[in-house]
Structure formats: C-alpha cells, structure tokens
Design a protein around this ligand. Structure first.
Ligand code: PHE
Ligand code: ZN
Length: 877
C-alpha cells in the first residue's frame, strides 16, 4: 500500500478487545489461471458494545458480494475504503458471506496468496490475511477454519490447508476439489493454503502416548532427494519437545512445504508450515555445515511454535516476543542438545552482539515489547527475537531449570487456547517458581543495552574478595532515563593454576549473582590467593561489559578458563582490543604495532594440545568488521579493514608452519560427509587454517595452488566455498576461473547460486561494487526473489563493510536505488535493506554526510510504503 499522507502509529496502550466473537469461518478458494475467487462465510456473535459496527480489514481486494443472514447487502448498507469494510447495523448473531477476487500472480509483496515457481502459497503473518478476504485479522480473534480449494487437476494436483483432509474429489472440466478442516481455533495469521505440482516425502512419528502422526515434506520434483535432513530434524524436534517440556503434537498430520520465494525463514501455520526452501533442502555437495545446522534449527523453531505461538498465541502484535523470544530460546536449547552447547552459545552471542546490540544503540532501538509501531513488519527484529530469547534465558537462570519447567506447565495450564501477553508469561513463571520477577519485567519495557562497570579487590589479610558492579543504560528514543535491571551474573573465580576457587555445584565452578541495584558489591570469603575473575559466564545477561581486565588476565582466561564460553570470549575481547588499537594508529598515520602478548598467546595456543576443534577454530576467528565497528567512537571502515587484515596476515606469517601442519593434519580426503560436531569441527579448523595461509600479501604461489586444490578437490560445500571466498578475494585470473567453474557446476541450483552471488558481493577487491551492479542483470538474478536480494544486495551492503562504505558514497547510492526499486515490489524487503544506513551518525564525517544524504533522498520520494517510511523517518529523526 502506498501512502501519500504520513502514516500514524498504533499504540500498545490503546488495546481494546474485539466487539465480536468469530466462531467459525468457511473459506472457499476457486483458483483460476488469472484470478482467484474467495468466498468467506463466517459466524459472528456480538460480545461488546451494542452500537459497535462490524469492522473488517481488507487490502487489494475486489469486493463482489456481501450477504448477511442470507440477504445480499446493497450499496449504502456497508462502507468500503482501501483498507477496511464496515457494516453498521448488524444483529447480535449472524452469518456473513463475503466474496472477493484476488490476483495471486500480481502479488509481489509475498503476503497473502501469491505464486512461487508457479505454485500457490500463502503468508499471513502478521497482517497478510486481509489480502485474502475481509476479516478482523488480529491475533486475539480465534476461529475454527474449514477450507475448500478448487483448481485445475493438471496444474495443481496437490491442494493443502491446515488440519485434516475431510473430503476431496473430481469435478467437470478437469477440475478437482479438497476440503480441509482444522479442529483447533486459531487466529488468521496461522492460516495457510498451498496448491501446485509438488511431490511429498513421507514418514511417520509415534508420540509418547502412542499416536501415529503422518509427516510430509512437499517440494518440487527436482528437490525430492534433498529432504532427508529436514525430516530427521523434524523427528528429533518432536521427540525433544516431549522429553524436555512434555509437549506432544496435537494433530494427526504435520506438513512442511518448501517454496523459493519467501520473505523470511519459515512460517509456523498450524499443521502446515511453509518454509523458505533454504531451510529445508540439503545435500552434502550443495549445503554447508552451517546450512545443515540452519535447517535443524528452523525446523525445530517452527515445530516448537505449535505450542509456543499456536496453542498459546499473542493478544496483539506488541506481544510478538511472547511467541518469538520463547521459541528462539527453545530452538537454541534444542540445537545445543543436538550438537555442541558452547559452540551454539558462542554463535548465538555473536549474532546478538552483531545484530541486536547494533539495533539497540541506534535510532530504531525499541523494547522487547514495543509500545508503538507504524508497520508491524518492521518489528520482526533482532530485539524481539534474539534479545527476547535472552530475556527468557535470564528467567531460566534466575528460577533454575526445574522451576522453569513448572512455569511452562503453569503457562499452558492457564492459557491453552488463548491469546495472551508477555505479562501473563512472566506471571506464570513467577507464580510457579515463587521468584519475584517484578523488577525483571523492565527487560520487556526498557530498550537499550545495559553497560556494566566492574571493579575487584582482594584483601590478603582478611581473605576477602570483593566485586563491585555498576550498571547504567544509555538513553534510547523516547526513553531518556532508565531504572536498574534485575539480571543474573554468572561468574567464576580461578587461581593461577586455573583451578576454581568457589564451591559450586557446577562442573566449571560457576555461581550466579543477582544484580538489582545500580551499584552493588559482592563479597567472597575464604579466598586465600589472588583470584582471576571470570565474569558474565555463558553471557548470562545481554549487556556490554566495560574493559576492566588486563590483557594478561584475558590471555590467561583464554588459555584455561574452565568455562568454555568465557575462554572464547576472553580471546575474542583480546582480539578486539588489538585490532582497534591498530586501527587507531592507522587513523593517526602511525606505524601500527601489534601487542606481543596477544601474538604470543595465540602462538602458544597453536602449539598446545587441541581439545574441541570447533571451539578452537572459533577462537582463531577474528571478530567481524561490523562487530568491531560498534566499539569505535567514530567508524573509519577503510582503516578498520586494513587493520584487521594486517593483524591477520601478521598472525599468518608468524605461524605459517603451524597452520600448515594443522591444515594437513585435519585433511581427510576420503571422509564421509558426517554432520557431527567432531566432523564439522575438523572442517572449520582446517578452513580457518586455510584463511591464515591465504592471508599474506603478496600471496605465495604454492598457497594459491593449495587453495585452488582445496576448491577443486572439495567433496562438500563447506570446503568448496571456504576456498572459493579466498580466490574471489585474490581477484584476477584466479578469481575468474573459479567464478566460472562454480557457476557452470551449479547453474541449475538456485540455493547454491545464492552463495555464488554473496561470495562475489563479499569480495574485498576494488571492483566489487561494479561486479555487484552487473550481477543485477545476470539471468539467475531476480529482484523479486528475496533470497537473491539478500544474497547479492544485502550481503554487499550489510556484510562487506569495507567496500560498501566507499569514500565516494557510490555504495550508498547503489543501495538507495535498490530500496526505491523494491519499495513498489516488496516493501518488507525494501525496508530491511535500509539497515546498513541506519547507524549513519557513528561514521566519520565524510561518510556520515553521504549516508544521511542517501536516507534523505529515499525519504523525499512520494509513494513510500509504510515499511520504508517508518524506518527512514526514524533513522533521520
Ligand atoms: N513467525 C515466523 C517465525 O519466526 C516468522 C515470519 C514472520 C515469517 C512474518 C513470515 C512472516 O517463525
Ligand atoms: Zn518464530
């Protein structure tokens, strides 16, 4: 919807119950080549104010007929505008039949009913159902759905909707029909319909109570052999939810459909999940280890929504984190249990720091439970999802695992079948555990990342050790002052030999402190020797910690902290400090010096015996430029990039033999492709070594050869793209050769081509922007496909920090053009592309002005979608 006037925000405080109860809805879809006729028959009963008109939402609908209790309404008996339908004189109990025509082929927003590779599918969250028919379309209006679909048998042999198939058959003229009934009342955002040419991969699952559930994954014929991992993941998720939460699946069938055109990762529609094919399809040759883990995580996530989201849903969209934060927490725990817990935690914290901390420190900062929005699609954010999951994780830490489970049980006992709020969730947790969570609730209402300052003192005479913690929270839009948060701080104290000094029930000697005040001291008795503090273990609260430890202490913790997360975190902090120091000297034009202690401890770790390879590989990876940039008072992308490369190549050169030895030791040319933590760890360690071996400038000939062999002999996608990315960076002949080869091999596989686009967009070579521009015209690229937009445009602008922030501003102009182009095609995706420009205030003056200028150019366009309008205007405010 294009806006000419400024769109007004909606406020959480204005929530009012709907005036009608919608008991049931019967939907009839008549699918034709050019258009679809939708008939919706609903029974409404008045529950509120007797004067309240019936108000329904609808967008881009062609209204053909309204029948109330059997009588067709005439003009004047109702009013319609671009977004709604109102009928003022309705009885207390009535049946309304509305007939509309929609055009799925012309729907490029990928909301409502649309076509992807010629198949029909729907996406209704958050407010897409109103693009199908006139309806209250709010999550607190729950109804029983029955769906009849009629289509051409030849074009759409498969027709699916939520629930159970209760009837189907052939009709005249080569048409057929199917009727699906969902016994569970649900909000409209969980409705789904799919029709097209699909094959079904089948399996079954027997629940704890002995019911057999039919599982089906529907894909296009060409992808038939790529569903095994998704199916295994689904079965694992079903088992896990029974074991950990006692939650069984509730229908007799569970279906997943993979589509290539999808705005997000996947959608938890009741009994009929619709997925971006990226999170379903895998094969060892075409998917990386990260892809395999991504499929497992997202399949788990959507499945877990069946209870956290579907059985208990949200009262209004301000409560989005009620289902998303909780379900992300559940999927993170599932993945931790299936793979490596510390590795998963490190990855999740990296995502949080890179995405959410950035959001929280900029003009789009908002609470986990926002107070207002212009367009709800803009609030599917790292804050609602990832910080929301951290908030749940903190409750888990504060009440402990058993009482957390009791809280979940109480939550379902109280609210099954209802639409509720974040407050209801916290109340269940606090009632079941007896833990007071009143102050804790500030995490839902206050935005911004708290900052902790730590001071420690050991008194040898009294054997006391004191930890002083001060918390503050920076101001965020609309919230100039904050109250102190209640948070769990997990710590350990270790001595010079790396032994734990606290008596604790945990293997790593941890204990959890509860911080509630703006300043608080914690005193430990009987500490007979000077300890080293291992602070905020496992990242027990989503906060920034100001530097308080010496590099020596960090290096020490990095080598022997019994808490594996903090071992990584200490090395990572050290790496951050060192790169930022080099950056500073480059900005000042001084000769950069790399801290000897850092280089030495890294060299030592390479010589020491390696425990977990995946963890070791993570500790060798230097922080991303986008993460480092957040630590700079004023960001200088070029110097930052050069500094990181300088540190990298210094490490590479000094430890060449070591990296070579580790590289060879971890080569396994004949291995089977196992997706186990061990096998993945080995691959990531070998690929990190390759990165260091490829870091010297100029590059040695035999290293180039090594990397080319790595690429050409790779037996899996993880290894292939590791080498491919370095060769693309090398540029020239070496790059062109593999770019062509990769394309020729994979030209028929859209998901692999996404990798081909993004690796070129990530290249640090000078000509990257030109290449990205010319790839827009490539036959395999389409601006209408979100995966392609993300692969090429969002990767370049969001992840290639150095080349996007070109001093001439041409990167910004390129992005602005694409945003304006997408504004009319897919507003949701257009708005997300603004992200790399939002933090403009923190860049060096020349870049800052150009970033701002680009935002202003976008803002000045007429016909901006609400999505884009909201983000640009807030960014410039
Ligand atoms: N609810 C989906 C999920 O997190 C995300 C989504 C939102 C998908 C909006 C599509 C549209 O699982
Ligand atoms: Zn979700």
């Amino acid at each position: 919807m294009m806006q000419s006037e400024l769109p007004a925000p909606v406020y959480r405080k204005d929530y009012k119950e709907y005036d009608y109860h919608l008991e049931s809805i019967f939907l009839d879809f008549d699918l034709h080549e050019k258009l679809t006729r939708v008939t919706a028959r609903s029974r409404y009963q008045r529950t509120g104010d007797s004067a309240a008109p019936l108000l329904l939402f609808g967008e881009e609908l062609e209204l053909t007929r309204i029948v109330l209790n059997g009588r067709e309404l005439e003009e004047g008996e109702f009013s319609v505008d671009k977004t709604s339908l109102a009928i003022s004189d309705v009885p207390d109990d009535f049946i309304l039949e509305v007939e509309t025509i929609i055009y799925p082929d012309q729907n490029s927003s990928l909301e409502g009913l649309y076509r992807s590779s010629n198949n029909y599918c729907t996406q209704c969250e958050a407010e897409g159902f109103r693009k199908i028919t006139y309806h209250p379309d709010r999550p607190d209006v729950l109804a029983k759905f029955t769906t009849r679909i009629e289509s051409d048998l030849e074009r759409c042999p498969v027709m699916l909707a939520n629930g159970n198939l209760i009837e189907s058959g052939q009709l005249d003229n080569g048409r057929h029909f199917a009727v699906w009934e969902d016994p569970f009342p649900k909000p409209s955002y969980l409705f789904a319909l799919v029709a097209g040419r699909l094959v079904c991969i089948k399996d079954t699952y027997v629940t704890g109570s002995g019911r057999t559930v039919d599982l089906g994954i529907f894909v296009e014929e060409r992808n038939r052999d790529k569903c095994g991992h998704a199916m295994t993941s689904l079965i694992k998720a079903m088992r896990w939810d029974e074991e950990v939460y006692g939650l069984e699946y509730d229908l007799d069938n569970f279906m997943i459909v993979a589509v290539d055109d999808f705005n997000m990762g996947a959608m938890e529609n009741k009994g009929l999940n619709i997925f971006n094919s990226k999170y379903v399809l895998t094969s060892p040759e075409s998917a990386t280890d990260a892809d395999y883990l991504g499929v497992e995580g997202v399949v788990g996530h959507e499945y877990f929504h069946n209870w956290t989201g579907n059985r208990v849903t949200c009262r209004d969209w301000f409560q989005l984190s009620l289902k998303e934060g909780l379900t992300v927490f559940r999927d993170q725990e599932f993945s931790s249990d299936m793979n490596s817990r510390p590795v998963k935690r490190i990855e999740d914290v990296r995502i949080l720091k890179n995405g959410q901390f950035r959001e929280d420190s900029g003009p789009m900062a908002h609470p986990v439970r926002p107070d207002s929005f212009v367009e709800i699609n803009n609030f599917y954010t790292a804050t609602v999802y990832n910080k929301g999951a951290e908030v749940i994780r903190m409750i888990h830490s504060l009440v402990g695992p058993q009482r957390f489970r009791a809280g979940m049980d109480l939550y379902f006992a109280r609210h099954d079948g209802k639409a509720v709020t974040c407050d209801d969730f916290v109340a269940a947790m606090s009632d079941a555990s007896g833990v007071d969570l009143d102050q804790f609730k500030l995490w839902y209402s206050q935005a911004g990342t708290p900052v902790l300052e730590v001071e420690t003192e050991w008194n040898s005479a009294s054997s006391k050790y004191r930890v002083d913690i001060r918390q503050t929270c920076p101001k965020t839009p609309g919230q100039p002052v904050k109250k102190p948060f209640h948070m769990p701080i997990k710590i350990g104290l270790i001595n010079r030999e790396g032994r734990s000094l606290l008596s604790s029930e945990h293997a790593d000697g941890s204990m959890t402190l509860e911080l509630r005040e703006s300043s608080q001291s914690f005193v430990f008795d009987h500490i007979e020797e000077q300890p080293v503090l291992s602070f905020l273990r496992d990242f027990s609260a989503p906060v920034r910690v100001e530097k308080f430890q010496s590099r020596k202490e960090l290096a020490f913790l990095g080598s022997c902290d019994p808490n594996l997360f903090n071992r990584w975190d200490s090395i990572n902090r050290l790496g951050c400090e060192v790169i930022l120091e080099v950056t500073e000297s480059m900005i000042k034009g001084n000769t950069p010096v790399i801290d000897e202690l850092f280089l030495q401890s890294l060299a030592q770790s390479l010589e020491a015996p390696i425990g977990d390879k995946a963890l070791f590989a993570l500790s060798l990876q230097l922080p991303a430029e986008t993460t480092l940039a957040q630590e700079m008072a004023q960001v200088h992308p070029e110097q930052l990039h050069l500094a990181k490369r300088y540190v990298m190549k210094t490490i590479g050169a000094k430890n060449r033999e070591c990296f070579m030895r580790l590289y060879e030791k971890n080569s396994e040319p004949h291995q089977d492709h196992a997706i186990t933590p061990e096998a993945m760890g080995k691959r990531s360690l070998r690929n990190v070594c390759l990165a260091y071996l490829m870091s010297p400038d100029p590059l040695e000939r035999d290293m180039l050869k090594l990397c080319e062999d790595h690429y050409f002999q790779a037996r899996n996608m993880t290894d292939a793209i590791a080498a491919f990315s370095h060769l693309v960076d090398v540029g020239g002949q070496a790059a062109e050769k593999v770019i062509d080869d990769f394309y020729r091999r994979w030209s028929k596989d859209p998901l692999v081509l996404d990798k081909w686009f993004s690796l070129q967009a990530m290249s640090r070579s000078e000509g990257t922007l030109d290449r990205v521009k010319s790839l827009l015209g490539h036959a395999a690229f389409s601006i209408k496909n979100p995966n392609k937009v993300r692969a090429l445009i969002a990767t370049f602008a969001g992840l290639n920090h150095y080349r996007f922030h070109r001093p001439d501003g041409s990167g910004y102009r390129f992005l602005g053009d694409r945003i304006l182009e997408l504004n009319g095609i897919n507003p949701q995706i257009a708005a997300r592309l603004l992200q790399p420009l939002i933090g403009w205030r923190r860049y060096e003056p020349v870049l800052k002005e150009k970033m701002k200028g680009e935002l202003e150019r976008v803002a000045a366009q007429k016909e901006l979608s609400r999505d884009v309008f909201e983000i640009v205007s807030k960014s410039l405010a």
